[in-house]
Design a protein around this ligand. Sequence first.
Ligand code: HPA
Length: 290
Amino acid sequence: MAASEEVPFDYDSVKEIADYLLGLTDIRPKIGIICGSGLGGLATQVENAVEFEYSKIPKFPVSTVVGHAGKLIFGTISGKPVVCMKGRFHYYEGYSPQKVTMPVRVMKLLGVEILIVTNAAGGLNPNYKAGDIMIINDHINSLGVTGIHPLVGPNDDKFGTRFPSTTSAYAKELRKLAMDTCKELGMEDFTQTGVYFYVSGPSYETPAECRMIRTWGGDAVGMSTAPEVVVAVHCGMKVLGFSLITNVVVMDIDTDDAGPNHEEVLETSKRRAQDMQKLVKTVVAKMNVS
Ligand code: HPA
């Protein structure tokens, strides 16, 4: 489907898609997982998997980025019913913020209560190294604050209120659960907590932009996640977010470092893939859902 084709965002259309999918599987997912760049391997943790290619789901968008396969996978992780998005949508692909986040609304109407978002991100905090895992404690939605926001437009009260609070977007108890799990798994040497700064991309940031983002409070920078989280919070889901720091950003204009590239991002994701999978699996095992 071309980016310009119609992808619905309203309750009734989204419900039709959710009902269509529920008619094709017995799994009733309570936990949703969105796999970031190079983190599609998380989907290998899904047992009893029933897979749907995005292109086969009526009115679903289709991902166009290398490293982002396009499948919705139902199944279980650690015995809990889940639905996993292997491949997500980005504003830089030409999708509106509403289209980017529409699958989150589908997850809601599938019955999902907790959303786990993962992404690849550049590290800005001077303590961060490539390969670190950052538990997201907050975000700065730079597009959102300038009006490129998924909830702009008529509000559908069936999903949530007109003016949702995002004060506790990343649920405190889930952040604690994630931190405790990282410690239990012996991962504390490469676990961080911090603020995710959302940019549109697709170009990586200039050194001046990186310095600005750091001054503004970003610990990591990336091209996804914040709009999905806002839509999840709007419709009452709890959120847990992980950024895999795939590269450390360059802040010095006179450097000989050519800066990040997509291959480096995928390479670091691959290196930490097993740890991310173990972490998500263990966290899911401990989550309380109805
Ligand atoms: N900037 C933006 N997005 C990213 C980066 C980065 O340095 N690394 C991985 N995704």
